[in-house]
Design a protein around this ligand. Structure first.
Ligand code: SAM
Ligand code: SF4
Length: 472
């Protein structure tokens, strides 16, 4: 499998995705109840699964076994992450693009797309609008274009951090942009980014070539595949994987994601911080191809299997999905969602509630406000968290800590989630969301044993209520 000659790759690189090998693995799987239960037991003991074991879960079609997979994913999510859900918002910075991805309305051949790059002042205005809604974490999204070079991305990150509305601040900035060279990642790291996300879109080579055309930077499958490895080599060890589900068979793509996660773990000692699994959405100027679209049932299987296979990674469910789907999938392993999202350029101040297709990359399924999403999450028993404490104290491997250090969640994550939630309730929540939130905080406090720890936490919550402290 190694030794692909096409690129100048470092010694750590090899093409770890082999289509025939992965497809063959799917075909040979034995997915009987005994084997599936053994694999589930391994996963519940918090051990990452092999690609072969993941293939067995993927090929388990018996509805009863699939239900067991759902139940196990739900249990593992509770066991590892508890009921916390981290919230963030996307901020689209520029949609100029030299690529021609068949599925995306920003593709260069879409002459009907309205092209725009936010100015520094416009970035500030968007950030202020987001801060005034209560957001603390953003992901900045860029097309691929010479204007969006590493210096530009780094400067934009600095602008975001420096923009303080007087009513909040952005404490963590993640990036979703084209793959870079080592020097580019080093430039961006200096600006203090959180996670660098690159979605492979599809791991299947010939599908990748078909949907990305020729003679575009993105057409180079291996350069993209090794993009996150280069990030790690450049010292940026917080990275996110993703597949755009709907381009090729979902079963194959799940194996691609798990192979990629294992490759990073094996070669760099760190697996992905997050995995994203966007489903293809209708987009302006894009002809739909429905052959590999994933229905809701299989989508739930994808999330549950990823939860079991890569138990330490955060799973991100975006607002591409509609509110009902999001609500029904939350329990199976999702740990991060975006809310109050607008993806048209300038959308947080300009478009109001309407979605303008020509200005968007694709159409969103959930355009509810952050406040509405917060209220629903809390009514359903989730604890929304805006905590960025690990990142701000230099603990970039926080997901591994949550995962591997007994008591870490109880001692750090839950109290920080409660404190940041209390900040939100005081500063941004509607009266209805505030009362749902206060009830949730009270229930969470009841779960804690009496003693110094609980007393200190109660004191800090009261200080926030009296507007004295903002330090999570
Ligand atoms: N331009 C960069 C790239 O392609 O890597 C980064 C950002 S791109 C704007 C973000 C992601 O949006 C893509 O990686 C792709 O997975 C997703 N996307 C593109 N078109 C989509 C569509 N029609 N429906 C859902 N997601 C889409
Ligand atoms: Fe450009 Fe990214 Fe859209 Fe492809 S997915 S056309 S690279 S913005």
């Amino acid at each position: 499998m190694c030794g692909m000659p096409a690129l100048k790759l470092s010694s750590k690189h090899c093409d770890f995705i082999n289509d025939d090998h992965l497809l063959g693995m799917l075909l040979r799987q034995r997915s009987d109840a005994v084997r599936i239960r053994e694999i589930i037991a391994k996963s519940l003991s918090k051990e990452p699964l092999t690609v072969e074991e993941t293939a067995a879960l993927v090929m388990a079609d018996d509805p009863e076994l699939v239900e067991e997979i759902f139940a196990a994913a739900s249990r593992l999510k509770q066991k590892v992450y508890g009921n916390r859900i981290v919230l963030f918002a996307p901020l689209y910075i520029g949609n100029n693009c030299v690529n021609d991805c068949s599925y995306c309305s920003f593709k260069r051949s879409n002459t009907g797309a309205v092209r725009r790059t936010l100015t520094e002042q416009e970035v500030r205005e968007q950030v202020i609008a987001l801060e005034e809604n209560g957001h603390k974490r953003l992901i900045l999204v860029f097309g691929e274009h010479r204007r969006y070079d590493p210096r530009f991305i780094a400067d934009t990150v600095r602008t975001v951090y420096a923009t303080k509305s007087g009513h909040g601040e952005i404490r963590r900035v993640n990036i979703n942009a084209a793959p870079l060279d080592h020097e580019g990642y080093a430039t961006i790291k200096e600006a203090g980014i959180g996670t660098y996300q690159i979605f492979q879109e599809t791991y299947h080579h010939s599908t990748y070539t078909r949907v990305h055309g020729k003679k575009t930077p993105k057409a180079d499958y291996l350069y993209r595949l090794h993009g996150l490895g280069r990030a790690m080599e450049a010292g940026l060890d917080d990275v996110g994987l993703g597949v755009l589900f709907g381009l090729f068979d979902w079963r194959f793509e799940v194996l691609g994601l798990v192979s990629h996660a294992l490759h990073l773990q094996h070669h760099y000692g760190v697996g992905p911080h997050t995995i994203s699994f966007p489903r293809l959405r209708p987009a302006h100027g894009v002809k739909s191809d429905s052959r590999h679209l994933v229905d809701d049932y299989d989508f739930k299987r994808i999330i549950a299997i990823l939860r079991l296979a890569v138990p330490y990674a955060g799973l991100i469910l975006t607002a591409r999905e509609n509110p009902d789907v999001r609500r029904s999938l939350m329990a199976f392993g999702v740990s991060q969602i975006d809310a109050g999202s607008r993806i048209e350029l300038g959308g947080y101040t300009e478009a109001g509630d309407a979605q303008v297709m020509e200005r968007e990359q694709f159409s969103l399924g959930d355009i509810r406000s952050l406040d509405e999403v917060m209220a629903e999450l809390m009514r359903d028993g989730y604890l929304p968290s805006f905590c960025t404490s690990c990142y701000r104290s230099g603990r970039t491997g926080e997901h591994f800590m949550e995962f591997s250090i007994p008591g870490f969640i109880k001692e750090f994550c839950t109290p920080n989630a409660l404190l940041t939630l209390q900040e939100y309730l005081e500063d941004y929540a509607s009266p209805e969301t505030q009362s749902v939130g206060e009830a949730l905080v009270a229930r969470e406090l009841q779960k804690l044993e009496d003693g110094d720890f609980k007393e200190t936490l109660c004191g800090r919550l009261s200080a926030i209520r009296q507007n004295k402290s903002r330090d999570c």
